[in-house]
Design a protein around this ligand. Structure first.
Ligand code: ZN
Length: 233
């Protein structure tokens, strides 16, 4: 059983199309999505519909609920807020209902799937420091927990050593972001996990960034949202 895990698409249709066309040529049994389908980018409805068709399991991100007014925008930064106000006007009723009803946390194949920290996921806590990591391990009991939210890919083991997946310790795997990577590398980031061999692969893919940058301009969204895609932050 091979699972592809994608996260933080942020309405970047060109990036999402690239992911699915890449996965078409691979032997993949299931696709999981860790939330933030929308926000920042110019194609919310198209991305939601593509995720609905292709992903077996989808959890909510903070931007998904911000886009449906399920949570207030006061905790988002200025760019997030502006793009979510725009997104609120764009998404159709069906897609709004779909985002509103996404669950916060799912366990499947003994793997936990959540957008931010699994400890009270509705608080959307970032996992950066060792203290954050120690606390977050209290939020799941499975061997592996896949997360997104920071847009930076990393594997963190429970003993806080090593950055490689090991079978004898529990781990967080952050798969990075499809639509807005923030590690200085503009390439799409997502993961493929083999349940039998326990092999995890981080995939980085180029895509037509300028297609999304142009669509951001056309939509009247802040141009910095395009520049940051080119710079990968
Ligand atoms: Zn995000």
């Amino acid at each position: 059983m091979r699972i592809a895990i994608i996260s933080d698409i942020h309405s970047n249709l060109a990036a999402l199309e690239r992911v699915f066309s890449f996965l078409d040529s691979k032997k993949i049994d299931e696709i999981f999505c860790l939330g933030d389908l929308v926000g920042y980018g110019p194609s919310p409805n198209e991305c939601i519909e593509m995720i609905k068709c292709n992903c077996l399991v989808v959890v909510a991100g903070n931007h998904d609920w911000g886009a449906t007014k399920k949570i207030p925008l006061k905790n988002f930064n200025a760019m997030g807020k502006t793009s979510l106000q725009w997104t609120q006007k764009q998404i159709n009723d069906k897609n709004r209902e779909y985002l509103q009803n996404l669950p916060l946390k799912i366990v499947r194949h003994d793997i936990t799937i959540v957008h931010a920290s699994p400890v009270t996921p509705e608080n959307w806590t970032y996992i950066f420091s060792n203290e954050d990591v120690k606390e977050a391990f209290k939020g799941f009991t499975t061997p592996i927990c896949f997360i997104g939210h920071t847009h930076i890919a990393v594997v963190i083991n429970e003993d806080l050593t090593g950055r490689k997946l090991q079978q004898n310790t529990r781990s967080f795997i952050n798969v990075g972001s499809v639509g807005q990577p923030r590690d200085g590398n503009p390439k799409i980031s997502f993961g493929i996990f083999d349940l039998e061999s326990w092999f995890y692969e981080l995939v980085r893919l180029e895509y037509d960034i300028h297609k999304t940058v142009d669509a951001i301009k056309k939509a009247g969204l802040p141009p910095i949202l395009g520049t940051r895609l080119i710079n990968g932050y």
